[in-house]
Design a protein around this ligand. Sequence first.
Ligand SMILES: Cc1cc2nc3c(=O)[nH]c(=O)nc-3n(C[C@H](O)[C@H](O)[C@H](O)COP(=O)(O)OP(=O)(O)OC[C@H]3O[C@@H](n4cnc5c(N)ncnc54)[C@H](O)[C@@H]3O)c2cc1C
Length: 435
Amino acid sequence: MATDNLTTSSVSSDDPSGEVLRQLDAWLDIAWDPQRPLGEWWSLLADEGWGFPSWPVEWFGRGLPSSTARRARIELVHRGALGPPAGIAPFLAAPTLLAHGTDEQLRRFMPGIAKGTDVWCQLFSEPGSGSDLASLATRAELDGDEYVVTGQKVWNTGAQFADWAILMARTDIDQPKHKGISYFAFDMRQPGVEVRPLKEMTGGATFNEVFLTEARVPVANLLGAPGEGWRVAMTTLSHERDNENPAGGGGGGTFIGRPDLSMPVADFMRPDPDHRPDGFEIAMSGGMGELPAKLAREFGRLDDAVTRQQVADLWAHRQLIRLNGQRGKARVKQGQPPGAESSTGKLMSSDLGRKMREVGLAIEGAHGQLMDTDAPHDGLLQAYGLFQPAMSIAGGTDEVQRSIIGERVLGLPKEPDVSRDVAWRDVKVGTQKRD
Ligand SMILES: Cc1cc2nc3c(=O)[nH]c(=O)nc-3n(C[C@H](O)[C@H](O)[C@H](O)COP(=O)(O)OP(=O)(O)OC[C@H]3O[C@@H](n4cnc5c(N)ncnc54)[C@H](O)[C@@H]3O)c2cc1C
């Protein structure tokens, strides 16, 4: 399929969004064709910067402000066109690479991320190191121009499909726990990497345990300097807690998995009648958004004052999350370090999830006990409800977010951490449990 004459001119970053949307519309008139192979469409979106318009022009973006980029994303949806690839690659790996990667690393990794050819996962958590991530025990020991990596990771979303991982591993055990960690772009397709899926109460298996046994990663794949991994990870975590992150939801395709890039886009977009989205997919796609209002209408509860108030409250809650996200971005744009907005946003989102589940199930009444195709909307609410507790855990638990808000917003004293200044080799918490 011809891809000539599809180049749109670049737009300056202070261009009002109306002009940007006109340019996108004109481009879509020519370029959007649902019969194109999926890989070709994602490639076009990337080359034109319409997939991730807030990324820099030289790295598959248009350098647009996030509010304009968001409108462009909505416009793609309105036009019925498929958005860019979703998943950990654009959601977490790309912003971390853009902030800390060398030109060589960006050249190597950004094309596969922007065009959806490479699937990434996140190898951070360990059996004893989740909230206290800095206590992690996976070791990376220097051997010539490579590190040798040994340890166990857990809860790694989509690791069973991944080509690459963002990996945190300890390179210096004599430093305090936050200081001896390094951050790598890690090849998942090598001997010494064993991925074991974990079955969840949702019925799905999105998480994995990942066992690393003398796996290798070149020094050239370090993001930031050795021992600076904690600082680099803060970039990743601020994006993970960012509910406005354009790659987080509403992108093209599933968040987890490996799509067939040769299939026509139309086939990719066509709902599979046999596929029941699990709660993770529903949460990531923002698919719950209007459901409580829809249910209230269908169950004849729109005249009920309490239900009306609850549905309006959910709507207001969503707007607050959006505005809070924009405030956080404005801060960063002004050159300030990421603030507590990501924590407040994350907390508001898990709260919203709980309320959605409870309001929705109250509206459904006895129907709320049904599952799958027996339940209203093929069990969308039930699948979401089973997944919802995970939203209070992923990317930092509610309790941890509250501590961050207490310290950064309310100026409360820092939570005591007896192991903070102790050399990691002497620490007796986390995965490294010794007598
Ligand atoms: C949907 C989902 C996707 C995930 N995807 C990934 C992934 O792709 N890659 C990855 O590396 N990890 C992933 N995780 C793991 C996630 O980052 C951890 O589950 C999370 O950091 C919490 O760690 P933990 O499970 O070890 O719980 P713990 O840290 O053991 O916490 C247990 C309980 O103790 C509380 N607690 C702990 N410390 C404190 C404290 N200081 N103050 C108050 N309360 C505290 C917690 O709030 C929690 O209630 C995912 C998790 C979920 C749910």
